[in-house]
Design a protein around this ligand. Structure first.
Ligand code: GAP
Length: 441
């Protein structure tokens, strides 16, 4: 864990937020490589949901909504709260289920009886800071989807069953943020809400759970590091009739990365009740004839971008004692290989002149870099020995290293080194873009 956190900082994936002021509430910023990786994860999820399914459409709803949304959804009630005990001396709060005695784990002071603390982040909108101006930063993105259920249905002429997918920020005032980016207060969710007939909810639950597990496997997560856990009723979210968590084996144990929920008609019926707007679906041609009017049931898949990114990083991280190539002296140390899937890896290609003290090689390598840059996320690197540069790229998961050597000047070609096999092949520069596109597909 310490090594992964250190690599993430050293190589520009993840930085502590507001670091020069000592950080802020376990917030994290994503650096140049982190933001590429995050974008790749989001794109892979979006493609999976929108391109691979006929009847899933996208949405981007506002973060700030009418506070009545959160009353109706149940998030302002006791259900969306942590049970905390407060130390009477130092006033630090602890999750009730994480302290074993009535003593403060920090100062030894006496703890109060556990009380519920709501996780919603409060804010004010408009010019006056009074109770009328209070609203909340959304704690889950899906409420924006429910708010637009009718808009999407009508504007897109959707028929049940159909899904709405959304990626966006969510906020929770987590009392105990911890484990690096595992539990943070500001994060992004990728959520899909599947609206279906109540009688089909069970079937679709199984179907979506299966699809979600396969998504991780397709993107290279090792099967032995994934498992599912059926959540018993007393641990379930307040809206869930059924909940299965997809868990990943993190360095600190098995933990949830994604939740698949059967939310039943909890959301649409509550929003109908609170808003006065009838959100029932009307089926004009049910098999039994006539018209059928009902609240669709919702199957939800919900994953955090940061949490899945963390799992992808942990799964890809390898240390190779003695180096990957045993022949040269420089590789006697431990080498790091970040074996991210080609879709997730932040940098696809590095362009390297064999040596940097030959202006012709540098010039040619820079030309290749300029040629590829509009098409792929690339890096140019000329510092250090070629072996050291390969290792620097392996450490950040770069899929291909392209080396421009003396032969390149005569043949107008270069070598492509594959990150995983370390095999090299010579290819003509004129064929490069097409070839790389094919390899990275
Ligand atoms: N709409 C359903 C929902 O929000 P959840 O189980 O509370 O369900 C779903 O959250 C996913 O969102 C989690 O599996 C996790 O990946 C991510 N998530 C939730 N809270 C988080 C936090 N504090 N930090 C990072 N990710 C979080």
């Amino acid at each position: 864990m310490v090594k992964i956190i250190s690599l993430a900082k050293r190589r520009g994936f993840i930085f502590p937020s507001s670091e020069i002021y000592g950080g802020f509430g376990s917030g994290y910023d994503f650096g140049p490589l982190g933001v590429e990786m995050k974008n790749n994860i989001k794109q892979a999820w979006w493609d999976e949901m929108i391109k691979n399914h006929e009847n899933v459409v996208g949405l981007d709803a506002a973060i700030l909504m009418n506070p009545k949304v959160w009353e109706a959804s149940g998030h302002l009630a006791a259900g969306f709260a942590d049970e905390l005990a407060e130390c009477k001396s130092c006033h630090k709060r602890f999750k009730a289920d994480e302290v074993e005695t009535r003593k403060c784990p920090d100062c030894g002071g006496e703890l109060t009886q556990p009380r519920k603390f709501n996780l919603m982040m409060k804010t004010f909108v408009g010019p006056v800071e009074d109770e009328a101006a209070v609203t909340y930063l959304r704690a889950e993105t899906c409420q924006g989807i429910y708010m637009n259920f009718e808009n999407v249905l009508n504007s897109m002429r959707m028929k049940i069953p159909f899904g709405v997918a959304q990626i966006g920020k969510a906020f929770r005032n987590e009392i105990t943020p911890k484990d690096f980016i595992y539990r943070i207060r500001e994060f992004e969710q990728m959520e899909m809400q599947w609206f279906c007939h109540p009688k089909d909810a069970g079937k679709y639950f199984d179907c979506w759970l299966n699809e979600r597990i396969n998504w991780y496997l397709k993107l290279g997560i090792k099967k032995e590091n994934l498992r599912i856990r059926e959540i018993p009723e007393k641990e379930r979210a307040h809206y869930a009739k059924r909940q299965i968590d997809i868990e990943y084996k993190f360095p600190f144990g098995w933990h949830e990365i994604e939740g698949v929920h059967n939310r039943g008609d909890w959301d649409l019926s509550n929003h109908s009740k609170h808003s006065g707007k009838d959100l029932r679906y009307v089926d004009e041609n049910p098999p039994a004839g006539g018209k059928e009017r009902y609240f669709p049931h919702i199957i939800e898949t919900s994953v955090g971008v940061e949490r899945s990114l963390f799992a992808f990083l942990c799964d890809a991280y390898q240390e190779i004692a003695g180096g990957r190539t045993k022949t040269t002296k420089a590789t006697k140390e431990v080498e790091i290989l970040l074996k991210l899937d080609k879709k997730i890896a932040p940098i696809k290609i590095a362009v390297l002149p064999l040596v940097r003290n030959k202006p012709e090689l540098v010039k040619k390598a820079k030309e290749v870099y300029q040629l590829l840059k509009p098409h792929f996320v690339c890096q140019y690197d000329e510092l250090g020995s070629i072996g050291r540069r390969y290792r620097r790229q392996d450490e950040i998961a770069t899929i291909f290293c392209l080396t421009v050597d003396f032969e390149s000047l005569k043949q107008d070609d270069l070598t492509i080194r594959d990150r995983d096999t370390m095999e090299q092949e010579r290819v003509k520069i004129k064929n490069l873009i097409e070839l790389l596109r094919e390899k990275l597909r």
